[in-house]
Write a protein that binds this ligand. Sequence first.
Ligand code: HEC
Length: 285
Amino acid sequence: MKKVIVCILLSVLYISCDSSQKKSSKDSLQVAKLAIEDIPTSDSLSIDLVELKRKGLLENTQVVIVKPDPVYHKNKRFNALPLKDIFEKYSLIKRMNAADLKVVFECEDGYKPEMPLEKLLSAKAYLAVSDADAPKGRAWEILIKNGQETKMEPFYVVYEGVSADDIAYKWPYNLVKIHFAPLHENDAALKPKDEAALAGYELFKNRCQTCHSINKIGGKMGPELNYPKSVTEYWKTDDLKAFIQNPAAYRNDVKMPNLGIKPEEATEIVKYLSYMSKTPTPKGE
Ligand code: HEC
């Protein structure tokens, strides 16, 4: 059933994105269906990396040097494969228009960053399969964060020539799956109609949604912030703004990192969260 839905969705995307090719819709449907059968993963809009590894399809690695690595905070070497090759081999993105798609990284711990596919393809992005500097008997060098060992495996996305400060690029570790979705998939549900909340929305989308959901859309590393009750309804506004800028000032051993959010940015984000508190019902309920 899932496969049929994917076939239909894919065909719709395929037909709507690839208008340059004058194929009949029936032909396109046929092509999409055939290609899905050829691909060893469960469906062609998502790539199950663990499954690819199990099948021995991620062994042809090269050594990639990352200077400096933003997670280990030093220069690192990884055994890795170009992400573009993996995308082209194990998904149907080559047949679609990259400008219409985003890449969503799914990590085991609920972290779920996303970025435009075109942006990712324009960089030298790699899937690191193991750490070339790891001590004998380990796949990854031990990384301690907040006093706890961080699980890097099974996969980590790294880049050559991308600054760690450029927040448009995502460096997910503990990564298990990648999927592709329409670039503006969540606009209808999350983008505010009120201009005054737009700046906060952009900040939230880029800085917070990787870990937090609003009306069930977003990451699961941190708590949902709007459903069934908005944080703006049970936090005092000033505390909420201060927490967003410095979570450790409120909670011992807090898991939310200090993201370097400025006071005026916190104000915009809270404006957006307040706006969303008035649209509290997730789709379908
Ligand atoms: C790397 C993941 C991560 C990012 C990014 C992140 N958070 Fe969090 N956030 C968390 C976690 C985890 C918690 C739970 C904190 C705890 O109690 O340890 C949390 C808690 C919160 C809370 C408290 C919710 C409650 O009622 O207890 C708010 C509000 C919040 N985050 C807002 C934000 C905003 C706004 C942003 C973006 C500027 C953001 N967070 C970015 C992980 C994250």
